[in-house]
Design a protein around this ligand. Structure first.
Ligand code: NAP
Length: 231
């Protein structure tokens, strides 16, 4: 279906991004794995799936511009962009510093803004961007901005034949949730109608669908692999 399409996945070195890289490689795509700090993991994954690992801090427009130019130099095309790179932080609102706030937006929102250049775009928000999370005000605000960006950009780029959609995961088992102990995870699973924490592969399948020809008439939408935790 998507033979030889070139996909760039930001934050592809670990977690949801790594599962997405594997899913697109299995689907016949050439996969570019962007990473920031996890060089060894990104290069091991690239070797595993026959992809290409490229370093760039998505918060830095110069680094992202150089990365996209390098992809275009190497492959002469960039068909699909997955804006997945993200950071989270749990802090009381009163403890948030200006730097905390700026870095949250620099990576999660500016990182999308800098990278947008492809025929199909999928952004990654969070259920907290939809309903707000206590002690995650900066993260919730940034992820809500990603949804707003997705919807507006879908309207603007639709006439050019470009789709822009968003996945908004619930609680997914990755290092981002390493601060949650076993009891907290069990409580979240119990709260979830489908009775479990999600896997990175659950999110990767949603991203794959939104990037596929099967979703050619879908744009500006938020697809939420969250087990029903937010409906
Ligand atoms: P993760 O395991 O912590 O991985 C985060 C990824 O983002 C890593 O590959 C990391 O790269 C990359 N990254 C972070 N800062 C970056 C930067 N400045 N430039 C480039 N890459 C950067 O997190 P995850 O759970 O897979 O999360 C992936 C996305 O899903 C994020 O946008 C997150 O907000 C969203 N999400 C996650 C959950 C969840 O429960 N896990 C729920 C909802 C939404 P390096 O390691 O190379 O630095």
């Amino acid at each position: 279906m998507m033979e030889q399409k070139v996909v760039l996945i930001t934050g592809g070195s670990r977690g949801i991004g790594a599962a997405t890289a594997r899913r697109f490689a299995a689907g016949g795509c050439k996969v570019v794995i962007n990473y920031h700090r996890s060089q060894a993991q990104a290069e091991a994954l690239a070797a595993e799936i026959g992809g290409w690992a490229v370093q760039a801090d998505v918060a830095d427009p110069v680094q992202v511009g150089r990365m996209v130019d390098n992809v275009l130099d190497k492959y002469c095309q960039l068909d699909i962009l997955i804006c997945n790179a993200g950071i989270a932080q749990q802090k009381l609102f009163g403890d948030l510093t200006d730097d905390d706030w700026r870095r949250m937006f620099a990576v999660n929102v500016d990182g999308v803004f800098h990278a947008v250049r492809a025929g199909r775009i999928v952004t990654v928000s969070s259920m907290w961007g939809q309903v707000g999370g206590s002690c995650e005000v900066a993260y919730s605000a940034a992820k809500a901005a990603v949804i707003g960006l997705t919807r507006a950009l879908a309207k603007e780029l639709g006439p050019s034949g470009i789709t822009v959609n968003c996945v908004s995961p619930g609680v997914i088992s990755t290092e981002m949730n390493a601060h949650l102990d076993r009891e907290a995870l069990a409580a979240l699973a119990e709260e979830t109608p489908l009775g479990a924490i999600g896997t990175p592969e659950d999110v990767a399948e949603a991203i794959w669908y939104l990037s596929s020809d099967a979703a050619r008439f879908v744009t500006g939408q938020v697809l939420a692999p969250n087990g029903g935790l937010v409906i």
